[in-house]
Write a protein that binds this ligand. Structure first.
Ligand SMILES: C[S@@+](CC[C@H](N)C(=O)[O-])C[C@H]1O[C@@H](n2cnc3c(N)ncnc32)[C@H](O)[C@@H]1O
Length: 250
């Protein structure tokens, strides 16, 4: 794994929620869930595996739309939180606490999702292993959709520092270092107040990909590529797309 301890600390302290997810409204999350279902053309009532699904921020909406949901995540804490959220709405949920490279082979799901930059934690051979274990648990013809950051977009911006006003009035600051030999982005995050006093900070390592890199990794795991988009709105991929969204089929 790329820099194990830093990654685990980032998720254990819920820094991803504090920095990124808290900036999305419930309407944003619902829209994303609906876009995912549309791109997968998922049949009502079918079984979706939310791979690296956290506390079900998006898959709660799949369940509300009548899909059967299983969430896999390495963090037990997040899965317990998901169970609570689903239980409060009387929605069924299965959780699996394991590393995504060890996805159980017998889930036999119709679809899999991996949302919000949840790839890029491993070296390529380990990422292929993770995709292979997911491939094995999909039904024949099953589909997998995921997103990640677009290396071309960030490179075009020279990985420069970004500042973004938060919904709570504070500011998210992100500073980056890019390793050209590995394509790994080392990011330093700070939440600062109006006077630029630091409220919280963290760091993260993530491998960045081009569409071609993703095709290589997925094909090595057995997948066929169906479509590559620049967003969940199905915009064409371009240098200006912050995200890459891939739909692959078993
Ligand atoms: C960026 S978060 C996204 C969570 C969720 N998909 C969402 O959109 O809210 C990445 C998730 O991947 C999980 N994760 C990180 N490394 C993992 C691994 N090796 N195996 C399984 N899950 C992992 C983290 O615990 C975290 O919940």
């Amino acid at each position: 794994m790329i820099r194990d301890k830093i990654l685990i600390n980032f998720f254990e302290t819920y820094f991803d929620e504090k920095f990124f997810c808290s900036q999305f409204t419930e309407e944003d999350n619902q829209k994303l869930a609906e876009d995912v279902i549309k791109l997968l053309d998922a049949k009502k009532g079918s079984h979706i595996l939310d791979w690296c699904g956290g506390w079900g921020r998006i898959s709660i909406h799949f369940a509300r739309m009548g899909y059967k949901v299983t969430i896999l995540d390495i963090m037990q804490d997040r899965l317990l939180r998901a169970k609570e959220i689903f239980k409060n709405e009387n929605l069924p949920l299965t959780t699996i606490c394991t590393d995504c490279r060890d996805t159980p082979a017998d889930l036999n799901v119709d679809y899999a999702t991996c949302l919000f930059c949840s790839v890029g934690f491993f070296e390529d051979n380990e990422q292929i292993k993770a995709f292979k274990s997911l491939f094995n648990t999909l039904k024949n013809d099953g589909k997998f959709i995921f997103d990640c950051l677009n290396l071309f977009f960030l490179a075009d911006k020279k990985f420069e520092e970004t500042k973004m006003k938060r919904r709570d009035g504070k500011i998210n600051v992100q500073r980056n270092n890019f390793d050209f030999s590995t394509n790994i982005l080392h990011s330093y995050f700070r939440i600062v107040d109006e006077k630029y006093s630091i409220e919280q900070e963290s760091e993260f390592y993530q491998k960045l990909y081009t569409p071609k890199d993703l095709c290589y990794l997925l094909k090595a795991a057995g997948f066929k590529i169906e479509n590559i988009y620049g967003s969940y709105d199905a915009e064409p991929i371009s240098f200006r797309s912050p995200q890459i969204v891939v739909v692959a089929r078993k």
